[in-house]
Every structure is written in C-alpha cells, then in structure tokens.
Write a protein that binds this ligand. Structure first.
Ligand SMILES: Nc1ncnc2c1ncn2[C@@H]1O[C@H](COP(=O)(O)OP(=O)(O)OP(=O)(O)O)[C@@H](O)[C@H]1O
Length: 264
C-alpha cells in the first residue's frame, strides 16, 4: 500500500518564484494496483512521483510505503522500495557499462553489495533468461555496452532492470514518450506484463489518454496540484478516450491545443 496524506509541496518558498506544485493531496493505492496519472503541463504529476521517490521533499503531509513512513527518507534510502523509469532512455542506465553490468547494478539496487558479487553464477543465467523473454535478441549481447542500444531497447531493458531488485513500487514518468509508436506499444505491453508478474504498485504518468485507459486499473487526473479525477472499476471501464478528453477540457476550462497527442 502507498499512502499519501495531506501532501503539500511548494518550491521556492518565500521567494517571488514560490510555486505550490501539490496542494493537500490524499491518495491511497492498494498493493499491486497499476495507476495511470494524467494532467496538463505543470499539473504536478512529476512532483508527485518525485515525492514518492524521495527527490522532492514534502512541505507538509506524509508519504507511506507499506506501514513505513518514508517522508524524510532520502532517494538512496528509498531505492530498496522504489524503482523508476524516466522519459529519457539514457537516464535509467549507464552507457559506458555493459548490459550485464547494468543489470548487476540494478539487481543490487538498495543493497550494499558490490558489482562483483552481483555478477556471479546463477545471476548470469537469470539475466539471460529475463532478457530472452523480451524477444529482442539482446540475450546474445550481454557484453555489449549499453550505449550501443537503441532508445527503445534501452527503455525495455530499463523496465526489466527496474524489476530485478525486490521493489514494492514502480514509478514511470512518460517512459514511452520518446519512443516511436511501435516501440512505445511494445514497452507499454511489457510494462503491463511486468507489473502484473511482480505485483508492483505502479504509477505511470502519461500524456496519452489512450494509454491512460488501456493499462492499469485506476486513473487519476491532476490539475494545479490537486487530484480532480479518480476513476477505477466499472466507471473507468465505461470511459472512452473521448470522455477523458472531455473531462480534461472541463477541468482546464479551455481548449486543448494538441488533441491529437492526447488521443494517441
Ligand atoms: N524544482 C522545481 N523548482 C521550482 N518549480 C518547480 C520545480 N519542479 C517543478 N516545479 C513547478 O511545479 C509545477 C509542477 O511541475 P511538475 O513537473 O510536477 O508538472 P507535470 O504535471 O509533471 O508537468 P509536465 O507534464 O509538463 O511534465 C510546475 O509549475 C513546475 O514549473
């Protein structure tokens, strides 16, 4: 269970640039639930993910993962509980290390054990098996530098790496946005499969209304730092992309400039 209680985040407090990015946000997400997060630019989506990961400090309120209050925990301390995949395929892995070394580091995330330990015996076979399951042929390239892979391949591997350590929470911040449509679909399918397989409590930020409804069990919409829509179950199942765009419009109180993007 993730619980966010009365969470407020204000950047630049006391300065002329003060910005309240999240305002009295309450959210409870049951274990293994996959939540998609939508909202216009600046709505607070990345800030919410940052507050869960620990790289944004709460101005007020609490963040709990399981029964543990992690509000004052650093990102490093939370790494054993929280995995992340970013929009930029280069952000989640180290270009100068091999695929295998990247996977070993990911498998050791949140623990103090070193790379040498992580690369031994059974681990290698497990890595081969996990990569082979992607169907991208990367299991034959474990000794290749990560930097040689395409953005889509790196993003698929980043997802696999995010599930190697025993995390509870997976945070995805527009992780398919930089990919071509074919690879974006591939990575989205992979996401749904891995989330279900590892029973990860997941938040996925997306600007695509289609994506927001096509994966997961629940969708929340943020607007100006507040949760303005929270749908799941039959209510969500009955929603189409058009309905979501209409809600988006209503909340924003203005026309959306780029409908095509949202409908995708
Ligand atoms: N480190 C920061 N310092 C100052 N202001 C910030 C900082 N991070 C975010 N903000 C501001 O907080 C608000 C929420 O930003 P956030 O990145 O969470 O929005 P978002 O919903 O993820 O938007 P987008 O879809 O454009 O990525 C914005 O007004 C943003 O400019």
């Amino acid at each position: 269970m993730i619980r966010v209680e009365d969470l407020g985040i204000t950047f630049g407090r006391g300065t002329p640039l003060e910005k309240r990015a999240l305002d009295h946000v309450d959210l409870a997400i049951a274990d293994g639930t996959f939540v998609t997060v939508i909202g216009s630019n600046g709505a607070g989506k990345s800030t919410l993910l940052g507050a869960l990961a620990g790289d944004v400090q709460a101005t007020r309120g609490r963040v709990l993962i399981g029964d543990t209050d992690v509000t004052r925990w650093s990102t490093t301390r939370r790494a054993a509980l929280v995995a992340r995949v970013f929009q930029d395929p280069l952000a989640g892995s180290c270009a100068d290390l091999t695929i295998e070394e990247n996977m070993a580091l990911a498998a050791g995330r949140g623990s103090r054990r070193g790379l040498g330990h992580a690369l031994t015996g059974a681990r290698h076979a497990a890595f081969v098996e996990r990569i082979a399951s992607l169907g991208l042929g990367l299991e034959n390239r474990l000794k290749d530098r990560m930097g040689l892979l395409s953005g889509g391949q790196r993003q698929a591997l980043s997802l696999v790496m995010a599930t190697l350590a025993p995390s509870k929470v997976l945070l995805l911040d527009e992780h398919t946005a930089a990919l071509d449509p074919h690879m974006a679909d591939f990575v989205l399918d992979l996401t749904a499969r891995l989330v279900a397989e590892h029973r990860l409590t997941t938040l996925m930020v997306t600007h695509s209304m289609k994506q927001a409804l096509s994966v997961g069990q629940r969708t929340i919409m943020l607007h100006e730092g507040n949760i303005v829509l929270d749908v799941s179950g039959t209510e969500r199942a009955g929603l189409g992309v058009d309905d979501l765009v209409a809600m988006f419009r209503k909340v924003r109180g203005q026309e959306i400039e780029d409908d095509a993007l949202l409908m995708d």
